[in-house]
Design a protein around this ligand. Structure first.
Ligand SMILES: NC(=O)c1ccc[n+]([C@@H]2O[C@H](COP(=O)([O-])OP(=O)(O)OC[C@H]3O[C@@H](n4cnc5c(N)ncnc54)[C@H](O)[C@@H]3O)[C@@H](O)[C@H]2O)c1
Length: 253
């Protein structure tokens, strides 16, 4: 899975799954632009990684002009854009009847509108080059309902359908679009929902949550990054419009 000199944008690359992807893609020779709202983590990553193939771009994926600028910066810095990984996301724990419109709009904007905006500007470049791979991080929450996070589940269902639609529309330009649906992965994202209605320690709750998976453990961010690498590489050249579950067997039962 050689990505030597391929130019890649990873949104949400400063933490969790995105961070694991950044490290893996750099190790496979890619040039990586991390687009993230968290400046502190982004600059820390650049400092610790100390690699000319890594660029941090501070941007909010809900803001159209920031997305346009981020794609422009990454493309001119690396001279090309081969892969976009729409991975940034948030989770808000709230049942529908208690959710504010502000929270609803916020999660919709980050998890779904952000994928649309980054894709919009990346596609403009990919169409002219007649090549590209877009990988969206969905969730098994877009396939089956996880409790307590209805808005999150709804946005991920939207990401899955947007991925399939873009796959169909841009195949004629040799642009592939695929979606990964992770199960429960051990990252900071779901700590709040883990602790909902629990008084035990976070580690104890994680052990409990792991039991819902046939593999009886939570996933590691690297295990999602590995699939991103495969979908970015030519080894997956006949895959487009696919939804790949990586969930320890959660949706198999
Ligand atoms: N952790 C899980 O169990 C799990 C399961 C299924 C899907 N996912 C999905 O995986 C993706 C990554 O999640 P994670 O678990 O690594 O979470 P994380 O919280 O560790 O990382 C998310 C990153 O996105 C960034 N981000 C948030 N809002 C942003 C914005 N408006 N603009 C730019 N960057 C922004 C954050 O700063 C952070 O660096 C998300 O889309 C999430 O929904 C996670």
């Amino acid at each position: 899975m050689n990505l030597e000199n391929k130019a890649v944008i990873i949104t949400g690359g400063a933490s969790g799954i995105g961070l694991a992807a950044v490290q893996l893609f750099l190790a496979h020779g890619a040039k990586v632009a991390v687009v993230d709202i968290n400046k502190q983590l982004g600059y820390k990553l650049v400092e610790q990684t100390n690699n000319d193939n890594l660029l941090f771009i501070h941007a909010d994926i809900t803001n159209e002009s920031e997305c346009e600028q981020a794609v422009g910066k990454a493309t001119s810095h690396f001279g090309d854009l081969d892969v976009l990984i729409n991975n940034a996301g948030i989770e808000i724990v709230s049942p529908v009847h208690e959710m504010s419109l502000l929270d609803w709009n916020n999660i919709l904007h980050v998890n779904l509108t952000g994928v649309f905006l980054m894709s919009k500007y990346a596609l403009k470049h990919m169409i002219t080059k007649q090549k590209g791979s877009i990988i969206n991080t969905g969730s098994v929450g877009g396939l089956v309902a996880w409790p307590d996070i209805p808005a999150y589940n709804a946005t991920k269902g939207g990401v899955i359908q947007l991925s399939k639609s873009m796959a169909v529309d841009y195949a004629k330009y040799q642009i592939r679009v695929n979606c990964i649906a992770p199960g429960i992965i051990d990252t900071p994202l779901n700590e709040k929902s883990f602790m909902e209605n629990h008084s035990e320690s976070l580690e104890e709750v994680k052990k409990e949550k792991a039991k819902v998976n046939p593999l009886l453990r939570l996933g590691k961010p690297e295990e999602i990054a590995n699939v991103m690498l495969f979908l970015a590489s030519d080894l997956s050249s006949y895959m487009t419009g696919s939804v790949v579950t990586v969930d320890g067997g959660y949706t198999a039962r």
